[in-house]
Design a protein around this ligand. Sequence first.
Ligand code: 5GP
Ligand code: ZN
Length: 164
Amino acid sequence: MQIQMKKEEIVASKCIQQKSKISEHAISIRNCIFCRIVKGEIPCARIFEDDKVISFLDISPANKGHALIVTKGHYETLLEIPDEVLLDVMSKAKKIARAMSSALGNKGFNIVMNNGKAAGQIVPHAHIHIIPRFDRDGMNVDWKHKKYNDKEIDEFRGKITRFL
Ligand code: 5GP
Ligand code: ZN
């Protein structure tokens, strides 16, 4: 009987946790600027839309024509995006990058995705940046290259592969 009670209590507490996760999710969607753009509550310079993604120009571009591809569902980072949505995101990124290059004559483009605050993500709704690049456009995605000591590269390889 006691064991049965405990099981019920565990189920009840899991339900409460689940409910609070759902309401947290609902609050983040209500306050999310990209969800509001998806719903049409906030205007955007839309360039493409299908059932899974929307693409529009970044309001504050790194170069003019800088586009964002945004999942229609509210996923915070790459890690939460279901694979079938991700396939659509990447295939539309290619389509938009090609159209952008034809239209603007850029010879290259950067695809950037910031995942998490530490990586510079400001809007916590998954999105990919496509930035047209021109010779001497003054934009920089350069980083300082660090060095591994001795066997450190093997340690890092080992650490990561254990989770794959
Ligand atoms: P993050 O750093 O999160 O990867 O980049 C978010 C991007 O969204 C920024 O480049 C920012 O300029 C853009 N952005 C933020 N709010 C809006 C908005 O209301 N409309 C549009 N079009 N872009 C936005
Ligand atoms: Zn959102």
